[in-house]
Design a binder for this molecule. Sequence first.
Ligand code: NAD
Length: 334
Amino acid sequence: MPMKPKILTTLELPSNALEKLKEYFIVEGGPDLIKDRVNLLNSLKDKVGLLTAPHIKVDKELFEHAPNLMVVSTYSVGYDHIDVTEATRRGIYVCYTPGVLSDCVAEVTWGLILSTYKRISEAERIVRARKWVKGIYKEPLGRDLKGKTLGIIGLGRIGRRVAEIGRCFGMNVIYYDIVKPSDADKLDFQYCDLETLLKNADVVSVHVPLQKETYHLIDESKLRLMKRDAIIVNTSRGAVIDEKALIKALKEGWIMGAGLDVFETEPLPLDSELLDMENVVLSPHRGSASIETRTAMLNLAINNLISVLKGEIPPALLNSDVVKVRPLNQTKVI
Ligand code: NAD
């Protein structure tokens, strides 16, 4: 019997997922690989597929160590960790997990909005510090959402869901996006430019992908446009906001607070000033971290990988141009 083709993963896989992959492949690797780049690179030589996540850089250096690689399947919708142009040039299929996590990330975004704007985390810290005193609760007071303006930066899959939930809270919703949606006329949300959004929103929520164009999209000059009693929430990627400028804005009171799931460096460095700031709600990049969503993401990531290596169109292909470099009949190894 011919040997099964080999794939590498940097994920810790549950047994059912591992069993499914083992039907077709010899599966090597595991979460320890993310700590040891040299070992990761050396492990790629004989692999046809890589099942991974944003915890590693999938760049030219990695591809150079992977002469047999035909598919990278990432367990994420964000793909800023992958050099997609280089992958396409080399005929490597890049697959991701759009859609299945949008509701979950939108719900986590709302968790951060509520926690920051209603100051729930700060209040919880008072109780835990055993400082809850008898009498009517006074400080810190939160703010009400109803009638306020929600500003969405990036009205894609996640941004749109955050906007819909905002309407349920009785908020007026405005948005900015590089592409005006085809159904813009039918939406219950108002399009505006970025500056207008920042000047008018009480709650700003960031949902653009991290790219060259969106790196530090929200810099000091943009933060200075925001209202003093507004908050900003980020569940996209840390580097979309200039974190140094954000810390300055929070310290000097240009804005009221921030709810952050993502950071310029992750895990958040232990000396980050954010850790000691009361007006910040911190979350360890867990926007998609629910049982249902993580299961759906893993299923999609595995189906993507298996499909390409069966020579079939995967459910979520990012670089469709790759078929011109390596047609699907050349990726069939199982
Ligand atoms: P999407 O592609 O559906 O939406 C992104 C939107 O941003 C699109 O409408 C696009 O037109 C817009 N956009 C792109 N470049 C822009 C620019 N320069 N200026 C303004 N708008 C721009 O993506 P999505 O599925 O909604 O995911 C959004 C991002 O959320 C992902 O790229 C990822 O980085 C992040 N994310 C984070 C987590 C988490 O755990 N915190 C989980 C999933 C996704």
